[in-house]
Ligand binder design. Structure first.
Ligand code: RNT
Ligand code: ZN
Length: 420
């Protein structure tokens, strides 16, 4: 599409939105300031660089064997450079502890330090990119029996507590070196496949372990702790220690960031409706935007109703400034760079669509009891020309509009990925 036709389509769209009282330029200005935290693990099927030969396990499963995944930090950074060059706006990178650079040495999880992440920090600094972080409580001999921070064995618990403490230090150093708050998110797999006789004791142990990990106060401008709840996993179908109620209570009493993963609830339960509820009690939330198909399958995020509703809630409730938007999906059956680009662009598009909503008008109808008008307008909005606004935004931000990004991914595949 030519530049002039993108601009013409945009001008027409702008008028159409103006008739509804929507200021398109303002929406774009807000959108360009919202960062999305890209999850490093889409690039290599949650592999990391520890080289222990340990299988993923702990309920995490990646299917597909598309050729050319990144197998070292340089390749992963090169892939991420490609991805970010195809996204409008400034975004962040979310690293897992197993993605440290250990120089061929065996560095166990209770020995990780910021030195193992300094290359990532330097790279991020050079790009003006913020970093987020995660301790890795899976794919390790001491998580093989399905328990970590709630383990009945003191020594195993101690090992994982040390990992958590060190990860907070690493996160804090990332935040202060980059001058941008790092969120360190705690997800643990702990749970039972079959019916437990004791649901209480592991939860008591998890509370105590978390409290110990979080003892040290860290400046919230530099670093924030998040905790991620889950209903069930493969191999933990009957009981997950860190359930929704557990972490909601934990986050509220400790004023931690609560992480809501879109795949971590009952299959028909969305997270959009939870946002304005938990925000009554929490200062901030983290989202793991994901797409479960029949289970927590972590499919690539697409522009569907679930995603649109999440974005609507963030915008309508004015929660954007209190929400850290992270992604959590992994698909090894298609080009991994394309998967990242499709999912992240879908997230940004959903935010744009939400920002282009005439919310005041809808609310006025609602308050007047005009539910007919509310439904009619909501339906009408679905055919508004947001695509024209999106293309214009991409072009203005210097990234490909429409499907033009795909050709760039294909040529990167030819020149780089296929040679791995
Ligand atoms: C697992 C959680 C968790 C992981 C990442 C890799 O069910 O969603 O967030 O996906 O930590
Ligand atoms: Zn998650």
């Amino acid at each position: 599409m030519s530049n002039s036709s993108i601009t013409n389509r945009y001008q027409l769209a702008r008028e159409q939105y103006a008739e509804l009282g929507v200021d398109v330029d303002k929406a774009i200005a807000i959108l360009s300031q919202i960062p999305v935290s890209l999850h490093c693990w889409q690039g290599d099927d949650v592999g990391g660089f520890e080289r222990t030969g340990e299988a993923l396990g702990n309920g995490l499963a990646v299917t597909g064997n598309y050729p050319g995944k990144a197998t070292n930090p340089e390749q992963l950074r090169s892939d991420l450079d490609k991805v970010t060059s195809l996204l409008p706006g400034k975004h962040r990178l979310n690293l897992h502890a197993c993605y440290g650079e250990f120089g061929g040495k065996k560095v166990d999880r209770d020995a990780v330090g910021v030195e193992h992440f300094q290359n990532w920090i330097d790279w991020a600094k050079q790009k003006g990119m913020g970093l987020d972080f995660n301790p890795t409580y899976f794919a390790h001999p001491l998580s093989d029996d399905g328990f970590t921070l709630s383990h009945k064995d003191d020594a195993v618990r101690k090992f994982w507590i040390e990992h958590g403490k060190r990860c907070r230090e690493i996160g804090a150093s990332m935040g202060s070196q980059l001058g941008s708050t790092t969120v360190t998110n705690f997800w643990i797999p702990d749970g039972y496949k079959d019916l437990p006789a004791d649901r209480k004791a592991p939860r008591e142990r998890l509370t105590a372990s978390l409290d110990e990990i979080f003892t040290k106060q860290i400046d919230p401008a530099v670093h924030l702790d998040a905790v991620e709840c889950k209903l069930f996993g493969i191999g933990s179908e009957s009981y997950v220690v860190g359930s929704h109620e557990f972490y909601l209570g934990y986050a509220v009493t400790r004023q931690k960031v609560l992480c809501l993963d879109a795949g971590h609830f009952h299959p028909t339960e969305g997270i959009a409706d939870k946002i304005s509820s938990v925000m009554q009690w929490l200062p901030r939330i983290l989202l793991h935007v994901s797409r479960g198909v029949r289970w927590d399958s972590d499919h690539v995020v697409i522009l569907n109703d679930d995603l649109n509703q999440i974005a609507q809630e963030l915008v309508r409730g004015e929660f954007v400034g209190r929400t850290h938007i992270g992604l959590d999906f992994f698909d090894a059956s298609i080009n991994r760079i394309a998967a990242w680009v499709i999912g992240t662009r879908a997230m940004i598009k959903a935010l744009l669509i939400a920002l282009l909503e005439p919310t005041d008008k809808l609310r006025q109808m609602e308050n007047e009891g005009d539910f007919t008008g509310r439904l009619a307008l909501l339906e009408e909005l679905k055919t508004m020309p947001f695509g024209a606004v999106w293309d214009y935004h991409c072009e203005k931000m210097g990234v490909p509009a429409g499907l033009a990004w795909l050709e760039e991914v294909r040529s990167y595949e030819r020149d780089v990925i296929s040679k791995r």
